[in-house]
Every structure is written in structure tokens, then in C-alpha cells.
Design a protein around this ligand. Sequence first.
Ligand SMILES: O=C(O)CCC(=O)C(=O)O
Length: 358
Amino acid sequence: MSCSWHCAAQGRRYSVATLLSFRYGTGRLGQGVSACTWTRPLSNNNFVIGGHGNRNCGSSANSSGVGEIVARSQLLTPAEKNTFWQNGFVVLPSFLNMSVVDELRHVFPRLFAGQFSTGIYPDEWHWREGISLPSASREICNAWKADHSVRRVILSELIGRLIADLMNWSDGTRIAQDDVLWKPAGGTAVGFHQDSRYISEQFVPYENNSVTLWMALDDADSENGCVEYACGSHRWARHDSRKADSVAQEGFHASSDAYDTPVHRAAEKAGVDRAQVRIAGTAVPAGGAILHHQDVWHGSQRNKSAARLRRALVGHYIRSDARFRESPHPTYIYGRYKLADSTALHDSFFPLTFRPRL
Ligand SMILES: O=C(O)CCC(=O)C(=O)O
């Protein structure tokens, strides 16, 4: 099914003029649409609806099945896996059970009001009622420690198994970090970045050691700032982020017109012809999810809607046998969890979510 059909079926039109805009604390910081992708060339800010769409950049594979948390009972299909490895991401239109989506929507205001059902503070809490701007994008990191509902989803064994299978992690899956993301109407852009800069680089072995699961709690589309990907950019030549000439990444509160500057620079640096670069916007319905590769360049525009929220729960997962790099010492965010005499990932900070039975 083509992307344009998907979108048209929902009676939505994506403005050609819409462009861009969110981020990572650990730095970083969705109502009734089918999942689809649209693409635009890097050199042209206009979205092109259809075109590559789900066929070449994104997946429309549907799945069914009943599970307590996840609305599918099976692992990724070969076609879904192929899309992930080819494009650097795959859209799973129906992923979370809607009862779980509803539960999480109720948790968000409580979390940002400092009500933590486990009694434990999360590791990062960006945005405070009465202090922060109402339109600022909000983020909490490692809410799995603070809230029972978030914990149940993020530490779900089924998710860990699905990811271990996708990534061929024979030893299983741990949570590296979660992100509770709330982009209100007018909320800020997320600058293009690679998750590997924040997560994978802290650990060895580096290659394919982490993966991100982005779960939509509201319909996300070009109007409210859905996630955008540079298709296939996880296969671009890698450059050392510690070198002085490395491509700077935009912060969580990226300015709307510069949010995609880093991906332009990264393409140039990797020797990729600008005309060949495709930026895909991913429209995902509430309950849908996206899996993306650690090295794929992604970001999102500002929420340009008048009143729509764009909430998401994100899990960044890591292979269970990864170890902290020894030199240089891991940087602040992850270095906080390294024990002085060991490079092992401690279960208290990085719980195992799935371990295959031998
Ligand atoms: O939600 C967004 O706009 C970006 C999220 C992100 O960067 C991530 O999940 O890695």
C-alpha cells in the first residue's frame, strides 16, 4: 500500500510548506492516522507525499495479535527487518495496546508534576509547572525508575525479545535509558542527531550495540512534529565524534530553522551526494512505534499545531553483554553508572529485559 493512499484515506493533507523541528537530555528530549512516511530531498525543504513512501523508506507492514502491553504477538517479520536494515528505521503502525496508551497518557501530567508512583526520582526532569514555558518541549529520562506504568512497558520482556531477535543479540537485551517526551503545541524542534553519539559510543563493542524504540501516544505527523529520518544514513561513513572537525549535533531545544543543519553537514562529510539524500517524515498513529538504528540521523520539527500534543515514550535498548569503554572514561551521563572497578553494566542501572534460555 502506498504512503499517499494511507494518508489520503485519513482525509489529511500534509502542507507542502511545512517544515521542520525536539532532542536528548541524556540528553534529549501523538488522534486517528495510519502510519506512513513521506520523503523530501535534502536540498528541498518541501515534503513530497508518496514517492518513496513505505516501499523504499519505511514499512507499512501490519501485524495483529494480543499481548498485555504489545498489540502483536510475533517478532518482526523478515520484511520489517529488511526495512530496518535498509533504511535505518521501520514503522510498526500497531504496536502498543490502546489501554496501555491511555494509561501512559494519564501518567504524563503526574510525572511532570513530580508525582512518582514508585517513590523514586527519575534521572532527569526537564520542565517544571509554573517555572518552565508552557510551550517548551518536556522530557524526563529514566522514568522506568519513577513510575510503575512506564516501568512495565519499558522493561517488557516481549519488547526485549523482539529487539534481541532483530539485532541478533544472542545474550539478550538491557534498557540503556528511557525518554518520556512531551511536545506541546508550539513545542521546540529536536535537532538532527545520531543516538550512537549519546549511547553506543560509551560502550564496547560499538557496532549495532543499541537500538531505539519510539512509541507514539498521540497521532504524530508533519503538523505536530513527527520524527524524520535521513534514509539509509546509518550506512554512511562513520567519523570520530571526538575529533575537532566532527559534525556538531543540535541540542534538544534546536532552533526550528537550523534543526536539520547537522544532517546536511554529515552527508557532505560522508561524501554523500545531496541529491541522493532523502529525509523521511514518519506519520505514526497513537499506539504505533518506530524502531531505529543507533547510527541513523534523525530529528523532528517544532509542533506547529494550535492545540495538538505529541507525546511519546522512548526506550533505548542495549545488548546485554555490552561493557563500558575503558578509555576515554565514559562521559557524564552514562559515566555516572560505571562502577570504579568494573566495566560491566550493573543490573540495577541497566536491567536485563530479556535473556534467551540456553
Ligand atoms: O521524538 C523526537 O522528536 C525525537 C526522539 C529521538 O531523538 C529519539 O527517540 O531518539
